[in-house]
Design a protein around this ligand. Sequence first.
Ligand code: LLP
Length: 457
Amino acid sequence: MKEKISFLKNKIDLTSPNKNIVPITTNIDSAEKLNIGGCSIEDLVKKYDSPLYILDEITLRNSCKAYKKALEKYYPGLSLPIYASKANSSLFMSNLVASEGFGLDAVSEGELLTALKGGVPNEKIVFHGNNKSDKEIAFAIKNKIKVIVDNDYDLRRLEEISDSLGNDLEIMIRFTPGIECHTHEYIKTGSFDSKFGFGIESLNKLFQLLNKTRHLKLIGLHAHIGSQIFELDPHKDLGEIMVNVILQARDFGHNIKELNVGGGLGIKYTQEDDPPSIDEWIKTVSLSIVKACKKNKLSLPLLMCEPGRSIVSTAGVTIYKIGAFKEIPGIRTYLSVDGGMSDNPRPITYQSNYSACLVNNPLNNNSKKKYTIAGKHCESGDVLFKDLELGNCKTGDLICVFGTGAYNNSMSSNYNRIPKPAAILVFDGEAEIIQRRESPHDLLKYDVLPDRFIKQS
Ligand code: LLP
């Protein structure tokens, strides 16, 4: 049988990190051990313990720069890339994307606050959500943040609250363009049957209604068709559909100046994945809008896009320590690690696949064996990998899982009262903490024992 080449031998694409499995700075040192960002992973775990989230600054910045560069190339002078902070929200991420000239997409007061405190200018933030609370809406209005309206109820609340505060509010309309794409059912959002956005058939009525509002100023349109998408055609179609909706809005007297095409570009989690590059994605989106505008003699709107996963996923890895082994003769060998579904709920939620290697033997240089990597949670489905090929390993060895920068930390939980891992940033041989490790005591912080119950010391 032809031997599978380790993904660690793939040629690294410096300009489109989403096409790599590993962070750009991944290296195997002279002792054949794994390094990222010039740091020895073994040393990092000695210092920061495990499980450990690691982000590679160079990979992050290269992803941001790839979006900026492609936008300048295909849509010069008229674009704003916006980081979808649901992928990984922190003061650090807000600060980093702001320093690269990005705006930020937030869906809660928590994400809004993190963006503002992290240094993202308010005028570059957009506020999403299909069920925003009054408090969240007031927070957005007071901070002069643009709001993406999702449904009739949302519109009524926005109108009432902006009227009561007496503040004007710039809004964009989110609609479902009716585009099908091939991705997991749970992360498809552009088809007609979606909980997000106005149905395209209801837009005329909406445009009429918006002419009667006092403080809401319609300036843009938004659509997001899904996530982890490898095809380009759905985004080509989206550009055309959005330009048609600009024309439709014009018939009702609305001047749409901004188009936000959402995010969705996929990344390479495994050798089988082959996503388009950032350049190809931006080219597709830009050219379809430029072409449709030309055809309809429309001046170009500001183009916004909202990448999340393709900014942060490949920059991130998670390190686990191996504990228990359980061999079931003739069936499989389970190997348990010190984390699992609480720090990475994606395998149990979406049956997602990842790539991984041993930190002290990344190329599997001794005999290869298949292991099923189990998390430590009280749930049979808490399995991170089925039949993963690794070199010989033992209790105490470290495993590095790649591509965990997006939707891991941000979707993590404290199931089984497991504290969240620390997160560190690596750059040029230095490591800095960006999220402190929780302790079991931290998890008690919000528990309250009513006075009539007896407290144990
Ligand atoms: N804009 C909007 C309105 C979105 O809803 C999303 C993702 C994005 C942008 C960013 O999409 P991205 O570039 O990351 O594909 N938890 C799932 C992914 C859910 C995506 C939700 N919306 C996962 O772990 O795969």
